[in-house]
Design a protein around this ligand. Structure first.
Ligand code: B12
Length: 216
C-alpha cells in the first residue's frame, strides 16, 4: 500500500467509525516508521474534520460524532506515546500549562498540542478538558510557567480564553506568563483582539510560536 493510500484509509476509518481499522493503521504507521505528524495531520485529522462537516449538514448525528471521536482517540493513544518518546533530551525549553477551557470537553486537538510541546522539550502540565479558568492561573503560578495554552472548540467557550487574558492583566501576570490560544473556531484575528500573545493553527505551529516567544 502506498503512503497516500494509507493516509486515505486513515481518514476513511474515522469517517466510518471503524475503530479496529483506525488502530491497525496507526500500528502500521509505527511499523513502517512513517512521519507521525504527517500521519495525524494528513491522515486522521481530515477524517474527523469531514465528520464535523457531515454533522453540520445534518447527515451525521451525535452517536456517529461520538463513535468517530472515539476512533480518533484510540488511534491518537497509539501514536502520541511514540511521538513523545522521540523527545529531544535537552534542558526544558520552558514550562507550559495547557487545557481546554471551562464548558468545553473537546480534547483531541489539545492532546496533540500537549504531545508535540512535550516531544519538543517543553515541560507540560496538562490540566485536561473543561478546566476552570482560575485553575489555569493557579497552576501556572504554582509551577512558574512560561505559557498558558488555552484550547477552545466552541464559539461560546472562546470567551473563556478572553477572560483568562483579562484576569492575567488584572493580576499583573501578563509580562511573566504568555498566553497561547487555539482550537478550530479560533484564528489570529481573535487572538489579536483579545490580547493573547500567540495563536497556532495546529500542533506544529503551536510549538514554533512557543519557541519563538521563548527566544525573544
Ligand atoms: C470530535 C468532536 C466532538 C467530540 C469530542 C471528543 C473529544 N474528546 O475531544 C464530541 C462528540 C464529544 C463532541 C461534542 C460536542 N460538540 Co463537537 N466536534 C468534534 C469535531 C468533529 C472534531 C474536533 C476535533 O477533534 N478535531 C481534530 C483536532 C485535531 O483538531 P482541533 O481540535 O481543531 O485542534 C487542532 C488545532 O485547532 C490546534 N489547537 C487546538 N487547541 C489548541 C490550543 C492552542 C494553545 C494552540 C496554539 C493550538 C490548538 O492544534 C490542534 C492539532 O492540530 C468538531 C468539528 C471541527 N471541524 O472541529 C466538532 C465541533 C467542534 N463540535 C461542535 C459541537 C456543537 C459540539 C456539541 C455542543 C454537540 C452537542 N450538541 O452536544 C458537543 C460539545 C459538548 C461540550 N460542552 O464541549 C461544533 C462547534 C460549533 C461552534 N461553532 O461552536 C463543531 C465545530 C461541529 C460543527 N461543525 O458544528 N464533539
Amino acid at each position: 500500500m502506498s503512503k497516500e493510500e494509507i493516509l486515505a484509509r486513515m481518514g476513511k476509518a474515522i469517517i466510518e467509525g471503524n475503530k479496529d481499522e483506525a488502530e491497525a493503521l496507526a500500528k502500521e504507521a509505527l511499523e513502517k516508521k512513517m512521519d507521525l505528524i504527517e500521519v495525524i495531520e494528513k491522515g486522521y485529522v481530515p477524517g474527523i474534520q469531514k465528520v464535523g462537516d457531515l454533522w453540520e449538514r445534518g447527515e451525521y448525528f451525535l452517536p456517529e460524532l461520538i463513535t468517530s471521536a472515539e476512533c480518533m482517540k484510540s488511534a491518537m493513544n497509539i501514536l502520541q506515546p511514540e511521538m513523545e518518546k522521540t523527545q529531544i533530551q535537552t534542558q526544558s525549553k520552558g514550562k507550559v500549562v495547557i487545557g481546554t477551557v471551562e464548558g468545553d470537553i473537546h480534547d483531541i486537538g489539545k492532546n496533540l498540542v500537549s504531545s508535540m510541546l512535550s516531544a519538543n522539550g517543553f515541560e507540560v502540565h496538562d490540566l485536561g478538558a473543561d478546566v476552570k479558568l482560575e485553575r489555569f492561573i493557579e497552576k501556572a503560578e504554582e509551577v512558574d510557567a512560561n505559557f498558558i495554552c488555552l484550547s477552545a472548540l466552541l464559539t461560546t467557550t472562546m470567551l473563556g480564553q478572553k477572560r483568562v487574558v483579562e484576569i492575567m492583566k488584572e493580576k499583573n501576570l501578563s509580562d511573566r506568563i504568555k498566553i497561547l490560544v487555539g482550537g478550530a473556531p479560533v484564528n489570529q484575528k481573535w487572538a489579536d483582539n483579545i490580547g493573547a500573545d500567540g495563536y497556532g493553527e495546529n500542533a506544529m505551529v503551536a510549538v514554533k510560536v512557543a519557541q519563538k516567544i521563548i527566544e525573544e
